[in-house]
Design a protein around this ligand. Structure first.
Ligand code: NAD
Ligand code: ZN
Length: 350
């Protein structure tokens, strides 16, 4: 009889995730088995769990093990797997690609067109995820060594920090001394964005959030100014920027009201980046944005970005604020995320 393990799965569309016992997986050729040390809870899971059955069943058919932020200890190497040793403490790079195309060889595996075609899916978003006692990683290429960093405090570097870091890096030329950036949403991704901006740019950081406690939290994370997220914030940002607007706007919410704020907040020649996945739509026409505005819709991040983010954490430049939950309390973590009562990220510790 095979050994069993606990996992947190999205089983029935529209119902909360629950614990399911499954056989402990065996690593196939080239694969790695990790004993999971931590798994992060992301709003993207919550978004998927809010979708109707037709969409879920075509893209992420239930049941599946949740968790696209993962950390673990290398427990077993599949046949021929090299580049990691039993006992290594690692983070899992999530957006798995084919490893061979022109995107992947640069580390941009999140853009791999082959992955889409061949259905190579990230853990927790199509492949079995990190919310279990053990998980399979398809290649040692997707492991980033953690060294002495605490896995529970670091697991959310793989998405909550990687995604904003990747977005911010492309706007760096516009974030020199005297510049201004607006971030919308101070949750899991947003609180890391503020710290990254303070660490690597000269920009004044203005954060918008609808929740007063999240605005106070944003200030603690280093935001220079915080405002409620509504059209009045446009006046405040204009006032603080001599009437011009912000050089860069990063939307970590992505619903209609926040998307509509972006063109009003940005300065001519600025960048607006939509990171939040919330069904909002921004119509683009000749005069719908200030002149020379760049729009980007970044997805996750590249392997080199994750290595850099881990380096920042090792040097104490960024720190994930988190609340820990057991695997059995996984559904509670998602409830808290939904209710908006988390401070930073929820992390599940199996
Ligand atoms: P979260 O739930 O931790 O944080 C959301 C924050 O937004 C909360 O602080 C909440 O108070 C605030 N908020 C809600 N409505 C708001 C409004 N109208 N104006 C301003 N603030 C508002 O979520 P998270 O895990 O940080 O994820 C943020 C978003 O990023 C989600 O939509 C998620 O799906 C998306 N995401 C995208 C990528 C990507 O690759 N593009 C990767 C990861 C997550
Ligand atoms: Zn995510």
């Amino acid at each position: 009889m095979s050994e069993m393990m606990k996992s947190l799965q999205y089983v029935t569309v529209g119902e909360p995730p629950r614990i399911v016992e499954v056989p402990k997986p065996k690593p196939g050729p080239g694969e790695v088995l990790l004993k999971v040390t931590a798994a992060g809870v992301c709003h993207s899971d919550e978004f998927i769990m809010s979708l109707p059955e037709e969409i879920v069943m075509t893209r992420w058919p239930v049941p599946f093990i949740l968790g696209h932020e993962g950390a673990g200890i290398v427990a077993e190497l599949g046949e021929g797997a090299t580049g990691a040793s039993i006992g290594d403490s690692v983070l899992v790079y999530g957006p798995w690609g084919c490893g061979r195309c022109s995107y992947c060889v640069k580390g941009d595996e999140m853009l791999c067109p082959v992955a889409v075609r061949e259905k190579i899916a990230p853990p927790g978003l199509g492949s079995p995820g990190a919310m279990a006692e053990y998980m399979i990683v398809d290649s040692t290429r997707h492991l980033v060594p953690l060294g002495d960093l605490d896995p529970v405090a670091s697991v959310s570097l793989t998405d909550a920090a990687l995604t904003p870091y990747h977005a911010i890096k492309t706007s760096l030329p516009k974030l020199g001394a005297g510049s201004t950036v607006v971030t919308i949403g101070a949750g899991g991704l947003g609180h890391m964005a503020i710290q990254i901006l303070k660490a690597i740019t000269g920009a004044t950081v203005i954060t918008l959030d609808i929740a007063a406690d999240k605005r106070a939290f944003a200030k603690e994370m280093g935001a220079d100014y915080v405002f409620d997220s509504n059209p009045q914030a446009v006046e405040e940002v204009k006032r603080l920027t001599g009437g011009v607007g912000a050089n860069v706007v990063l939307d970590f919410v992505g619903i209609q009201p926040t998307i509509e704020l972006m063109p009003q907040l940005v300065a001519p020649g600025g960048d607006i980046q939509l990171i939040g996945i919330g069904n909002g739509v921004l119509p683009i026409g000749f005069e719908s944005l200030p002149f020379d505005t760049n729009f980007r819709g970044p997805y996750w991040g590249a392997i080199p970005d994750l290595v850099e983010v881990v380096e920042m954490a090792k040097r104490g430049q960024i720190k994930v604020e988190f609340e820990a939950f057991s695997l059995d309390d996984g559904a509670v973590a998602y409830e808290r995320l939904h209710a908006g009562t988390l401070r930073g990220r929820a992390v599940i510790v199996p």
